[in-house]
Design a protein. Structure first.
Length: 514
């Protein structure tokens, strides 16, 4: 079997397609997989949502279960120079799920595992690492009236993919990121061993794999905490001219007790103009709503801020009860009067809201164009300076898409996981979600990448306490700085769980050991 793999690597350029096909079926036979291997139609695995990188893997493996994953990892470990990556839904930006001339494991082909379990009165769902969050949502809500507590904004992402990073949205202030909402994982390590792990069993692997950027193992199953799903959501956006007032209100909401605040808190920066992708038109929630710019005070600057909140409720609640709660909460905030937008929709419609944006973007051709996105976590102590130097200066014309900024609470993040975050108890996620319409005059992807570097350099120069989220560095020095005092532990875990450094080479943290 190893001979087949080696032949692949060394002889790939010269062998004919027929030989490759023969090799591929031989490899499949040799590995004795329940699933399949495709050496020809690997196109999907060589691309990602970012559209900035492309790579040609040797083969795309479609495993059926953890045993298949383990067999593939073991075979790669026995080869002299191959590497392997799990591919979730390929929604990375910088080639993190790609492998150059190695194997890509398509996690979405994993057998559909879905089981709701109850332990000491608490409900959990066991799902495959390759499950899409949107499918987890639909099955939990329609079958059981239950739902996970912590989400991402967009749900066509895989469970294993977001758990390898963190998984953040407007519920994270209350429940922490998705990595704080799982209690058990099944992981295939870089040695090809299958472990069930949790806070008490194989805990080093459990915490290492959470936020571990795929470096210690492939998550084949996760146990996700559930709560009763609400029926409905009131989704509200209000506008601010001053960053200080926007952050004061956002921080007020995220530090209130449950029951005395909204269930979801996010926010974004937008340009004070009629620009369709950066300005006023991006604020109304419903196509029937319009943004009346005459409401904006004359003192407003080049950018404005939108606080986005949502309240869960049940069908059985009287509309006036919901109004009373919303009015009480909004009454404590200092947004611009009459610049408020709201809609009521079902819980599932709310959580699937970005799907509609995706459909729209696909129809306009901007979904498939490059997305040089940049995500950062910035400490509260530096966020006002960040606003002055980045939002109001470097990005004052917008990024051609949402510029999210909202507070999170450090105490809701389990610092035993591999995720690294800033030091302040309150820190902000900043997400520059750039879209580059192919048919419009807009900066090239290279210019956008250069502007991302300018933002990062500005943060470094001004000494901000910040970390990249969904990090990307080209050198190990970058990674060392990123992990700071966590680096030694990260390296030790790599030596324990993936000593040959065969896993997730697209992260560019470690090179394959021979
Ligand atoms: P991939 O991109 O396929 O993989 C990501 C990394 O994880 C790779 O290194 C891969 O090898 C590894 N990996 C994948 N599966 C596994 C596994 N089972 N076990 C171990 N390693 C694995 N993130 C947020 O936190 N909040 C958001 O609101 C949010 N919104 C987004 C919206 C859009 C439109 C997009 C494109 C991305 C968004 N993200 C968000 C980022 C998202 O969390 C990352 O892209 C993440 O990597 C998940 O994507 P994926 O499942 O496609 O994983």
């Amino acid at each position: 079997m190893i001979a087949y793999l080696e032949r692949f690597v060394h002889g790939n350029d010269v062998e004919s397609r027929q030989d490759e096909d023969d090799d591929c079926s031989s490899l499949c036979d040799a590995l004795d997989l329940q699933g399949s291997i495709d050496c020809v139609a690997t196109g999907l695995a060589g691309k990602d949502f970012g559209g900035l990188y492309s790579m040609k893997p040797l083969a795309l493996v479609r495993p059926v279960g953890s045993d298949d994953v383990a067999r593939v990892v073991k075979a790669v470990a026995r080869s002299s120079n191959l590497t392997v990556a799990a591919r979730g839904n390929g929604h990375s930006i910088n080639g993190q799920a790609m492998v150059d001339r190695g194997l890509v494991i398509d996690m979405r082909s994993m057998e559909d595992h879905f089981q709701v379990v109850r332990i000491n009165g608490t409900a959990y769902v066991d799902v495959s690492g390759g499950a899409l969050w949107e499918d987890v949502l639909k099955r939990c809500v329609s079958g059981f009236g239950l739902a996970p507590r912590s989400w991402t904004d967009y749900l066509s992402l895989t469970v294993g993919g977001t758990l390898s990073n963190a998984g953040v949205s407007g519920q994270a202030f209350r429940y922490g990121p998705q990595t704080s909402n799982v209690t058990e994982l099944e992981v295939v390590t870089g040695k090809g061993d299958i472990f069930v792990c949790s806070e008490t069993e194989n805990s080093e692997l459990f915490f290492g794999a959470l936020g571990g950027l795929g470096q210690f193992g492939i998550i084949t199953r996760a146990r996700v905490l559930l709560q009763p799903a609400p029926d409905m959501v009131r989704w509200i956006r209000v506008v601010y001219t001053e960053f200080e007032e926007f952050t004061r209100d956002a921080e007020f909401l995220v530090t209130r007790q449950e029951g005395d605040s909204f269930d979801y808190v996010e926010g974004f920066v937008f340009v004070n103009s009629d620009d369709p992708s950066n300005g006023w038109p991006t604020v109304p929630i419903d196509p029937n709503q319009t943004f009346d710019p005459t409401r904006i005070p004359r003192t407003a600057g080049s950018v404005l801020y939108c606080l986005e909140v949502a309240l869960h409720y049940r069908n059985t609640e009287h509309p006036s009860t919901v109004d009373t709660v919303v009015d009480r909460l909004l009454g404590r905030l200092g947004f611009v009067e009459n610049l408020k937008f709201e809609v009521d929709l079902s819980y599932m419609e709310f959580l699937l809201r970005v799907k509609r944006a995706e459909e729209h973007a696909k129809a306009n051709g901007i979904w498939d164009a490059p997305h040089p996105w940049l995500n950062l976590f910035v400490s509260k102590s530096d966020i006002a300076d960040f606003d002055r130097t980045v939002f109001k200066n470097i990005l004052k014309a917008g990024v051609g898409g949402p510029m999210l900024v909202y507070p999170l609470l450090r105490s809701m993040w389990d610092t035993r996981t591999s995720v690294v975050i800033p030091e302040d108890e309150i820190f902000y996620i900043v997400a520059l979600l750039r879209f580059s319409p192919p048919y419009q005059k807009c900066p090239s992807a290279e210019k956008m990448v250069a502007q991302n570097h300018e933002v990062i350099q500005c943060c470094i120069k001004r000494g901000f306490d910040f970390k990249l989220y969904l990090p990307h560095y080209d050198s190990q020095d970058g990674w060392k700085r990123h992990f700071g005092n966590q680096w030694t532990r990260f390296v030790e875990m790599k030596a324990d769980f993936d000593p040959l450094a065969i896993l997730a080479p697209g992260q560019k943290i470690f090179s394959r050991n021979r």
